[in-house]
Design a protein around this ligand. Structure first.
Ligand code: MRU
Length: 365
């Protein structure tokens, strides 16, 4: 996507082996780039959410293995230690362990002799994952746009879409997952308007999705997280499209906290509720997502404090709650398969059902 007229991806590998990222902590007020040169630095960037979003976390994990290989200089113990640090940086998005495992299995498969060759294999495989994710997101847009087109054909008026958190290009290499069909619809001249859930506590919707849509010139309105239900009751939402951090074998979807409540409201109001995801976000090893998907618990201070821009143009964090109140900060929830209208993937749109998911992924196994 373009920022100030220049093409950017959310993450990329520089010629000199450093990994470039857009530091998402300062958006929308400041556009800051960061260069990552070690696996420990990558672990911090993932954990402290310099970058975030399932797909980009996965790609970072892959580059994290490459950085670990470079800096461990053949010391296997050190290499394993660094890889584990990266792999465990955040627990819910399965893309992280999936991508780390994929790079590791490439090394095992090729049985490289010299350590330099191992480093090169890691670089190659991480770049391959980067490229594949880019294409998957693009394809999700081309597949998912059909749903928006159908609503437009029927309605002959602006298609109203609600989304939660940021499943946009910042959360992927480019295009996004939930936003990819929206960008594609806009490119095809279909009038769309997006209701952007602010997404407390870190406000990825208000800060990041709104910034992305604004950059692309797509009509949108930020709403407080609790507004979606009322809009649905009033017929102001045609579709909900969200992203995913892990989808179990039977189709339960872990996504940013609050997604489940939107799915309940959508069901009660007959609004189709779609989840957009690449095949790298399925976890076939888990069946019952409600019991089995690990839910990240983050620092309660993310709930107690809020960050914003002062009148003087400074980015500041202020306390929102009574100093002595405690807070609880679950970062994700799980929406059960029965509340989901369909899964939009790069290979097609399928129901959230075990046979459909296993069938879709068969060629990958
Ligand atoms: O905690 P975050 O910001 O990493 O959570 C991100 C989300 O929940 C996104 O909706 C998700 O990663 C899906 S998009 C690729």
């Amino acid at each position: 996507m373009k920022v100030n007229g220049r093409l950017y991806r959310s993450i990329w590998l520089e010629e000199d082996g450093k990994v470039g990222i857009i530091d998402q902590r300062f958006l929308p007020h400041r556009f800051v780039l960061e260069w990552i040169n070690s696996a420990s630095h990558m672990q911090i960037a993932i954990k402290e959410m310099h970058l975030r979003g399932a797909i980009v976390i996965g790609v970072s994990g892959a580059y994290g293995v490459y950085l670990a290989a470079k800096e461990s200089e053949g010391n296997i113990e050190r290499f394993n230690e660094l890889v584990e640090k990266v792999r465990s940086a955040r627990p819910t998005a399965v893309n992280l362990s999936w991508a780390v495992e994929r790079v590791l299995s490439r090394i095992k498969m090729e049985d490289a002799g010299r350590w330099d060759d191992v480093v090169e294999l890691c670089r190659e495989e991480a770049n391959k994952i980067w490229e594949e994710e880019l294409l998957r997101s693009k394809r999700i847009g081309e597949v998912g746009v059909k749903i928006i087109e159908e609503v437009f054909k029927r309605k002959q008026d602006t298609v109203q879409i609600l989304t939660h958190c940021n499943a946009g290009w910042l959360a992927c290499v480019d295009y996004g997952t939930a936003t990819a069909p929206i960008y594609e619809a806009y490119a095809r001249g279909i009038p769309v308007h997006v209701w952007v859930d602010e997404t407390r506590p870190r406000n990825q919707g208000a800060r990041l999705t709104a910034w992305e849509l604004l950059n692309q010139g797509i009509s949108h309105t930020i709403i407080a997280d609790n507004t979606g239900g009322l809009l649905m009751q009033r017929g102001m939402v045609d579709l909900v499209i969200v992203g995913a951090d892990r989808v179990s074998r039977r189709g339960d979807v872990a996504n940013k906290i609050g997604t489940y409540l939107k799915a309940l409201a959508a069901r009660d109001n007959g609004v189709p509720f779609y989840v957009a995801l690449p095949s790298s976000t399925f976890d076939l090893s888990l069946c019952n997502g409600l019991d089995e998907i690990p839910i990240e618990e983050r620092d309660p201070d993310e709930v107690r404090f809020i960050q914003g821009l002062t009148e003087e143009g400074e980015i500041k964090r202020v306390l929102l709650t009574p100093r002595d109140s405690s807070a609880l900060n679950y970062a994700f929830d799980v929406t059960p398969f029965n509340l989901i209208t369909g899964l939009i993937t790069e290979k097609g749109i399928i129901p959230a059902r075990e046979d459909a998911i296993v069938g879709l992924l068969k060629e990958d196994v």
